[in-house]
Design a protein around this ligand. Structure first.
Ligand code: ADP
Length: 167
């Protein structure tokens, strides 16, 4: 798995809205019967980015997978796409167990997992977010978290808009 670190990225023009729509279709199907509901919100016009489609899909998959795993009793996940200045931002929000301030500094470290999910018996390897961060940075982007224990977490991926295709 770690060898994927050396994978070369294939940057092309990417319509993130289209990618998310496809992802959501199969994910909603996969979640049928689990009670989970995913809301999706995006602007009328989504600016294009230059990105590696598979890598971006891996980001989305990891963040949504975590949102599901750490949802606690909640069954609601909100995905939003929005453009702010020269960035396209993709946020994944859950209303689950949340992350303490101390853990927020560490969860991007390889193999790090907070105490709470371990005590709760939630399985994981602690590399998902390391990969998400690495891919985001390879796209000249940034990853931010907002979270409160017991209230939930929002992970936001900031990606630069591709100026050449802006309409
Ligand atoms: P894994 O999910 O395999 O444990 P990750 O690297 O994806 O590994 O996440 C690292 C740790 O960050 C998790 O073990 C958990 O403690 C915390 N975490 C990640 N996403 C969330 C979330 N949505 N809500 C609460 N905690 C989270």
């Amino acid at each position: 798995k770690m060898d994927e670190d050396r994978k070369k990225f294939d940057f092309t023009h990417l319509d993130l809205n289209e990618l998310l729509a496809t992802f959501l279709e199969s994910t909603r199907e996969r979640l049928t019967g689990t009670g989970f509901s995913i809301r999706y919100d995006c602007p009328d016009r989504v600016p294009q980015i230059r990105a590696d489609k598979d890598a971006i899909l891996q980001i989305i998959y990891n963040l949504v997978d975590n949102a599901i795993k750490f949802s606690g009793k909640s069954r609601q996940i909100d995905i939003r796409l929005f453009a702010i200045e020269d960035e396209l931002q993709l946020s994944v929000k859950d209303y689950g167990i949340g992350i303490s301030g101390k853990d927020q500094e560490k969860i991007f470290d390889r193999f790090y997992r907070a105490d709470e999910p371990r005590q709760m018996g939630i399985k994981g390897s602690g590399i998902g977010l390391t990969i998400v961060k690495r891919i985001t940075e390879a796209h000249q982007g940034q990853l931010t978290i907002e979270s409160k224990p017991g209230e939930g977490s929002t992970f936001c991926v900031h990606l630069p808009i591709d100026k050449n295709t802006e309409t």
